[in-house]
Design a protein. Structure first.
Lengths: 256, 293
């Protein structure tokens, strides 16, 4: 042990006659610093880990997302024709597509449990929660790109207002992924998929009710409110992601 | 280096899987023996940090593993009882995937995988999909992934299930070599796996650790209780019903050689035998041989 660290630990012990909780925390912090400085091996950063996940699973996720995004648009174009699309139906369809694509995360999260990999994954340096976070990031990036693409196509072929469509879509995108992040943080691994399904269907139900009884929600009347809501969701999403990344360092991440 | 388990309890809704277990694990090979359902796997999962104890804590070198967080997992290797893999992975893909999860750098990954493939005789199947490998080979891949980060603590849950006798011996030798200055915990109900390589043993029964010690010190408990004799077939049948028979072998001369456990000899010509860990195990878990004592 380095002399400097040793002296700091000695001071931490000698400072108080009675060991207080704060002193104990300081000691743990010092011990962890010592560990990190002297014992711990060199590890790759989360960004490298994320890139590696793109290699293993990312491209599969993106191909599936692309297929799921293109098929509804193709059906719309081929069978219904663009002329049937109004502002309300366009935003509603984009929002439904956002929810549907988000639900693709279920099989990719369930994979670890289905193939009995989660114990091995949970006992590693990055742990299962960081693995889930990386998959969520890959999925959400693919989804965002896909939906914006659909939005652009729609705005070219229909009189739909691109700005309003995107804000509504971003609001729902934020709602969906914040919910997913919250579930990952709070729900046990084994129950995640069921919760996701319930959450997805719940959102679809709310959407259907809105389009039936509150069409103003989609036609741009509440643009500013929805825009502000999207910003709040974005901020909360970043906060949850950071929280999850930090929390995933905890040892006990899979409960029985 | 020391891993201290302090009053660990794990309670499920209707079952107490681990009941107030305390144990100090020092470097060397530790054998965790117990019948199925004794609580070994639950204890292993708690040591691995993938299951939260209901109460108690696990301390590594004076720091709770909860406080060490990722740093603990960084020096930890784990092979679960049910070894899983994604079906599309080849052996090399799988090891690379786990190496990334373990945070290994590219150069370390390459070096370590090459080394482990050779040591575990997996070089020829490195490009084969794991799903197409035999049970023993799959197990070896599992052992390789646990060793990837050169762990200071290695926990193996039933590591030898599916391995043939030759592979078992190679595995034991590998572990003995590896365990120098490290903590290796092997949970098993196959006594011979740990009899020759474990420096220390802990025996679990009904969620509690009932005995700990070296093989020599543990078997001292049954000195004078292990007997051997040669009897007729009929007599062997009677003894099987009355005592705990460890071993039974038909001899060419028509008699049966018996090794049994009893407080006193059951036939005139029975003589005392040197006790082994297997004898102790059957003494403690009579249901394992299907005969009551």
């Amino acid at each position: 042990m380095e002399k400097k660290t040793e002296n700091r630990i000695r001071r931490a012990f000698a400072a108080k006659e009675q060991v207080k909780e704060q002193s104990v925390n300081n000691m743990i912090l010092l011990a962890r610093t010592h560990w990190n400085e002297n014992i711990r091996k060199e590890n790759i950063h989360f960004s490298r880990f994320l890139l590696a996940q793109v290699r293993y699973i990312g491209w599969k996720i993106w191909i599936i997302e692309l297929v799921v995004t293109i098929i509804p648009v193709f059906i719309l174009f081929k069978f219904l024709g663009w002329h049937t699309i109004t502002q309300t139906t366009a935003v509603f369809l984009l929002c439904c597509l956002t929810i549907a694509i988000s639900m693709l995360c279920i099989p990719f999260i369930y994979r670890s449990i289905y193939y009995q990999m989660y114990e091995i994954e949970a006992a590693t340096f990055f742990s299962i929660k960081k693995l889930l976070l990386s998959r969520i990031m890959i999925l959400s990036v693919g989804e965002l790109v896909g939906i914006i693409g659909v939005g652009i196509v729609m705005s070219y072929n229909t009189p739909v207002d691109f700005r309003n469509s995107m804000v509504c879509m971003l609001f729902l995108f934020g709602a969906v992924w914040n919910g997913v992040l919250r579930l990952v943080r709070k729900v046990e691994m084994e129950k995640l998929c069921r919760y996701f399904l319930a959450y997805g269907f719940g959102l679809l139900f709310v959407m259907t009710m809105l389009v039936r009884f509150q069409q103003h929600a989609f036609d741009g009347t509440f643009y500013t409110e929805i825009f502000l809501g999207s910003c709040i969701f974005l901020g909360y999403g970043v906060y949850q992601g950071r929280l999850l990344a930090r929390w995933s360092e905890d040892v006990c991440c899979v409960r029985a | 280096m020391e891993l201290r388990i302090e009053h660990i309890t794990k309670e499920y809704k209707d079952k107490l899987a681990v009941d107030d277990v305390s144990l100090t694990i020092t470097p060397g090979v530790w054998g965790l023996l117990g019948a199925n359902g004794a609580g070994k796997t639950t204890l292993m999962k708690m040591i691995a940090g993938i299951m939260t104890p209901t109460s108690g804590k696990i301390i590594y070198d004076g720091i709770s593993i909860g406080a060490l967080k990722g740093s603990y997992r960084d020096i930890f290797g784990y092979l679960p009882q049910e070894f899983g893999f994604y079906p599309e992975f080849t052996v090399k893909d799988y090891l690379e995937y786990v190496a990334v999860l373990k945070g290994l750098t590219k150069s370390d990954t390459k070096r370590k995988i090459a080394e482990l493939l050779e040591r575990l005789s997996l070089g020829d199947v490195r490009k084969k999909r794991i799903v197409k490998l035999s049970g023993g080979m799959k197990r070896r891949v599992g052992i390789a992934q646990a060793l990837l980060n050169d762990p200071e603590i290695l926990v193996l849950d039933e590591p030898t299930s599916g391995l043939d006798p030759g592979e078992r011996i190679r595995f034991r030798n590998l572990l003995s070599e590896f365990a120098h200055d490290r903590i290796v915990v092997i949970s098993t109900h196959i006594v011979s796996d740990v009899e020759y390589i474990a420096n220390q043993n802990a025996i679990m029964k009904n969620g509690k650790i009932i005995q700990t010690g070296t093989t020599e010190s543990l078997v001292k408990n049954i000195i004078g209780k292990v007997w051997r004799c040669h009897v007729s077939d009929r007599e062997a049948g009677r003894l099987e019903r009355e005592v705990q028979v460890v071993n039974l072998k038909n001899e060419p001369d028509g008699t049966t050689a018996l090794r049994y456990l009893a407080d006193e000899k059951k036939t005139k010509d029975s003589s005392l035998a040197e006790p082994r860990l297997e004898d102790l195990y059957l003494w403690l878990f009579p249901q394992e041989s299907g005969v009551g004592r």
